[in-house]
Design a protein around this ligand. Structure first.
Ligand SMILES: *[C@@H]1O[C@H](CO)[C@@H](O)[C@H](O)[C@H]1NC(C)=O
Ligand SMILES: *[C@@H]1O[C@H](CO)[C@@H](O)[C@H](O)[C@H]1NC(C)=O
Ligand SMILES: *[C@@H]1O[C@H](CO)[C@@H](O)[C@H](O)[C@H]1NC(C)=O
Ligand SMILES: *[C@@H]1O[C@H](CO)[C@@H](O)[C@H](O)[C@H]1NC(C)=O
Ligand SMILES: *[C@@H]1O[C@H](CO)[C@@H](O)[C@H](O)[C@H]1NC(C)=O
Length: 408
């Protein structure tokens, strides 16, 4: 009996021990999730140009990343025939690059833009085979179609060959990296046929370093709205709005399609994160249907899968990982220009500069957000520069000793 009692006592103790362990675990879990929550709130708050709140939801789903076949199967990437192949007009065109790996990946005739005449049920079905971002899987047909059916068919190519030139289209793509502060590259940038910018493209007050022209402005709904509120202190009052400017939208999620619907209708956004915002107010009076372009999901997937396939895409956070808007802009230029110079993109010596060129008075550090693979991009820019596919602006005074670009 005593033995039984003591055994019972021991069992009871063990039971209490278990209760204790369970309580401690629950406490830890609560603590951890609180921490995770505040961390995500923190990153969401600070990553104003790049972070996407719905991605948190996406990443917790069970969907997984499906890489496209690396082949020339144009079901994955639709192409359109060129009327005049670039390469014939301009000998030094990037399209004539001899670089083996670039040639293998590069599709000069990839479909760049999506528009209303280009979408029907079979197209919808094809694109629904690809996960979002950059596919329509998980989206509702009616939601997407409401805006895609309004996208005007581009009346003209994004860029024309300038009359009287040598047949080559020369473009400057201007990123926002700190390397541009004090660079005095403004004149050189403006001397190009076309100047591409993206995101928080602060120009006023920084002309000497970054130039004053914008021919093409590339954005997401997120970038065009957030830049405005967060960069006000740097004098940013509107997205670039030069006379005749072309606007290019990167539709990375449903909220961009809602944005487009409101924009084309000239109404408030009807749903999503930008509900009740007036998209047309964000283009500084230069919104014009015939100068508005929407990048094709095929193009976005192609850039990610062939040039910027981050190793993080193999992890559970794949759904939030995508190339930066700067990367898409640079690749858009590589598909529409002959000669491309990149300014304000990440370089090997990025630690010497602020995160953004407009952070002039305080030296800040480059912030690495989970949703972009900055090192992969930096290495790609260096590689493309070394194989003469782009000219990457680097400082002559940098430790790498790379020669400063000469104006042409
Ligand atoms: C649907 O659109 C695609 C792409 O524009 C086109 O190739 C196809 O022929 C169209 N199909 C039908 C049934 O109209
Ligand atoms: C840029 O600056 C040049 C020379 O300073 C000026 O002629 C030109 O009008 C400016 N362009 C814009 C878009 O402000
Ligand atoms: C829109 O842009 C086109 C091409 O630049 C121009 O011909 C047209 O007049 C513009 N429309 C408006 C309403 O400004
Ligand atoms: C992702 O994983 C697959 C299969 O394990 C592998 O073949 C591929 O190279 C990986 N991709 C990257 C970018 O790491
Ligand atoms: C930006 O450039 C100016 C002029 O060269 C320089 O005085 C300043 O220290 C730079 N700011 C940063 C944060 O590097």
């Amino acid at each position: 009996m005593t033995r039984f009692k003591s055994q019972l006592k021991r069992n009871v103790l063990t039971l209490w021990e278990w209760v204790f362990v369970a309580c401690v675990s629950i406490f830890c879990c609560v603590l951890l999730s609180l921490f995770a929550f505040s961390f995500s709130a923190f990153t969401h708050h600070f990553n104003f140009l790049t972070f996407h709140s719905e991605d948190l939801i996406l990443s917790s789903s069970n969907r997984c990343f499906e890489p496209d076949e690396y082949d020339e199967n144009h079901i994955f990437y639709k192409t359109i025939p060129y009327s005049v192949p670039r390469s014939q007009a301009c000998a030094q065109s990037v399209q004539n690059s001899e670089d083996e790996s670039f040639r293998k990946a590069f599709l000069p005739d990839i479909r760049l833009f999506m528009h209303k005449d280009d979408i029907n049920m079979s197209e919808w079905n094809r694109l629904s085979h690809f996960n979002n971002p950059f596919g329509f899987m998980g989206f509702k047909y009616d939601d997407v179609m409401a805006s895609v059916k309004l996208i005007p068919k581009p009346k003209e190519p994004l860029l024309d060959t300038k009359p009287g030139g040598d047949g080559c289209v020369r473009c400057a793509v201007v990123g926002t990296a700190g390397i541009l502060n004090g660079s005095r590259m403004g004149k050189e940038i403006d001397a190009h046929d076309y100047v591409f910018r993206m995101n928080g493209a602060v120009v006023k007050g920084y002309e000497e370093d970054v130039g004053n022209r914008t021919s093409v402005y590339v954005h997401t709904a997120h970038a065009i709205t957030r830049s405005l509120s967060l960069l006000k202190k740097y004098g940013y009052s509107s997205a670039p709005n030069d006379e005749g400017i072309k606007y290019v939208m990167i539709p990375e999620g449903m909220r961009d399609f809602y944005w487009l619907e409101g924009l084309f209708k000239g109404e408030k956004v009807s749903a999503g994160q930008y509900h009740n915002k007036q998209p047309r107010m964000y283009y500084g009076g230069q919104y014009n249907e015939s100068r508005f372009y929407v990048l094709h999901q095929d193009f976005l997937r192609y850039i990610r899968n062939r040039f910027l396939m981050s190793a993080t895409l193999n992890t559970s956070s794949w759904a939030i990982v995508r190339p930066t808007n700067g990367a898409f802009t640079l690749f858009l230029a590589l598909h529409t220009c002959d000669v491309v110079s990149a300014y304000g993109f990440m370089t090997e010596d990025y630690k010497k500069y602020s995160n953004y060129y407009f952070e002039r008075t305080t030296k800040t550090s480059v912030v690495f957000y989970l949703n972009h693979d900055y090192i992969l991009e930096k290495n790609l820019w260096t590689k493309l520069h070394n194989s003469k596919i782009i000219r990457l602006y680097q400082r002559a005074d940098s430790e790498t000793g790379t020669e400063e670009l000469k104006p042409h």
